[in-house]
Design a protein around this ligand. Structure first.
Ligand code: GDP
Length: 517
């Protein structure tokens, strides 16, 4: 196929399918109401019958034991990574992100696969630390943000003050899409600024009700002081439409979904090494952004989650696995719903499907129908914690090696093999990852390990002229390791040492982020 044919547009029927995809994640500080909102959204989408049964307490991964509990739950219900449902005329894919900041790398990768994020804010607390951090990740990729100010049924900050806070702390323009009617215990619904309609129980209020009187005064201020919705600014990530509501009382939830139906965003273009791939191109391309094992306790499976970046994927299709150059047959791509999964006979640009495999697919991999392209943007971060793995039973060394590779491929930890032949080092961003590694090695592979400290506190990927990299590795052997892909990594005992090394080796580049793919 020629270059032009490869980048040609899909037929209109496929384009219209792609245009009705909405792929998003919810970002928030713990306790702002993400779990509750997720349940209500799925219920509105008909994906679950009763609110409250998405999972026990999905985001409360604050302690080790809680987290392990969640892992167990995860074996039973397959809800964690993606939930697909229909609402209005659209197909929604809601991608879950771990709540605990120790899993931030996972969150970052998931956010590379969405077209939009809902930022949930607690109306009493305003912008909190983790919201801001997650927002910054979205901003790096100009992901459009929809804001949901939650818990309006409780004492809240002044609505104008909240909008001001968003604008000033995040440097993001705000445009209220709805306005709350009543506050705290008197909160009865929302007013849609665009259609001028009341939603929820507020519809029943007489004009003389004090809440309606207050509403019309506030609306005058809103109109005078705040910008109207600007689609382009929203798409570029510069302006956020703001919704008010109460996830718990199910007020304002469908306002959010209706807005996503009305103004998207539809699947966006995905960057690759050679060019941007538009969602409505004819050829099928997909990006693996997450691997999850043990979703079904009855058979040890391993699921790669792929975002379909363009075209129409069909079951049975053979795609090129670009990293290895081999063909990969899609026998059983799957859609995930709140409680179960189903074979995906077809999926379109923007959709997220699970692809069962036994370790062929890795995070960052590209699948492509024809063109030899590699998607970018899925990163590995240099770990901040480095530990040597101590094996309790020396007979299990081989098993440990294999298990560490598999778990590193899943993104549980990063694996470094020291070039001096000493036992492997694992690197993590947060210590909870170490707990998970230890518990999974024991539970799934029957291997008990402990961790020993290393002299190292930093890791940097090295690139440069091959001979120069090798010469550097020779002279720094006890500080060199190979990562999972065999790429060289320099380990340093301090920031000072690292700076010195960088200064003394101007021909080499030291990276704290590795783009995979
Ligand atoms: P997450 O940690 O962000 O997932 O937050 P949850 O959804 O678990 O909510 C945290 C707490 O806030 C729980 O006790 C919820 O019942 C409560 N909550 C969530 N949404 C609302 C709301 O709209 N109003 C009130 N009053 N409480 C809420």
């Amino acid at each position: 196929m020629s270059e032009t044919a490869q980048a040609s547009a899909a037929p209109t029927s496929i384009q219209s399918e792609i245009a009705r995809r909405r792929t998003f994640a919810i970002i928030s500080h713990p306790d702002a109401g993400k779990t509750t909102l997720t349940e209500r959204i799925l219920r509105a989408g008909g994906a679950i019958q009763l609110a409250g049964n998405v999972r026990a307490k999905g985001e409360r991964r604050r302690t080790k034991s809680d987290w392990m509990g969640i892992e167990r739950d995860r074996g039973i219900s397959v809800v964690t990574s993606v939930m697909t449902f229909e609402y209005g005329d659209c197909v929604f894919n809601l991608l879950d992100t771990p709540g605990h900041e120790d899993f931030s790398e996972d969150t970052y990768r998931t956010l590379t696969a969405v077209d939009c994020a809902i930022m949930v804010i607690d109306a009493a607390k305003g912008i909190e630390a983790r919201t801001r951090k997650l927002f910054e990740i979205c901003r790096l990729r100009d992901i459009p943000i929809v804001t949901f100010i939650n818990k309006m049924d409780r004492e809240a900050q002044d609505s104008f003050a909240l909008l001001d806070e968003i604008a000033s702390t995040l440097a993001l323009d705000t445009s209220p899409a709805t306005w709350p009617v009543g506050r705290a215990a008197q909160f009865v619904g929302t007013y849609d600024i665009r259609t001028r309609e009341l939603h929820g129980p507020a519809k029943e209020l007489p004009q003389s009700d004090p809440r309606m009187v207050a509403l019309s005064e506030e609306l005058e201020l809103v109109e005078a002081a705040l910008p109207p919705f600007d689609r382009e600014a929203f798409d570029a990530g510069h302006l956020t439409p703001v919704f008010f509501g109460s996830a718990m009382k199910e007020i304002g939830v469908t306002d959010l979904l209706d807005a996503l139906v009305a103004y998207g965003p539809a699947p966006r273009a995905q960057p690759s090494e050679s060019r941007e791939v538009k969602a409505d191109e004819g050829q099928v391309t997909a990006l693996i952004f997450k691997i999850q094992a043990n979703m079904d306790p009855n058979h040890r499976d391993r699921m790669a989650f792929a975002r379909v970046c363009s075209g129409r994927l069909t079951r049975g299709m053979r795609l090129r696995h670009v990293r290895t150059g081999k063909q990969f047959a899609l026998h059983t791509p799957q859609f995930f719903f709140a409680r179960d999964r189903q074979l995906a006979e077809e999926a379109f640009g923007g959709d997220v499907v699970g692809i069962p495999n036994h370790g062929t697919l890795r995070i960052g991999d590209t699948l492509s129908e024809s063109e030899d392209l590699r998607f970018t943007g899925v990163p590995h971060f240099a770990p901040e914690i480095l530990r040597r793995v101590r094996l309790d039973d020396a007979m299990k060394a081989k098993k440990l090696r294999q298990a560490l590779v598999e778990l590193a491929e899943e993104g549980v930890v990063q694996l470094f093999r020291p070039q001096d032949g000493l036992p492997p080092i694992v690197g993590v961003v947060g210590t909870l990852q170490l707990d998970v590694l230890q518990s999974r090695l024991k539970g799934e592979y029957g291997v008990s390990i402990g961790f020993e400290s290393t002299p190292f506190t930093m890791a940097r990927w090295i690139t440069g002229d091959r001979a120069k990299v090798e010469a550097f590795a020779m002279t720094n052997r006890s500080s060199m390791a190979d990562d999972l892909d065999g790429d060289p990594v320099f380990l340093s005992s301090s920031a000072f040492m690292m700076r010195r090394t960088v200064e003394m080796n101007p021909d080499l580049a030291f990276h704290d982020i590795k783009q995979i793919g």
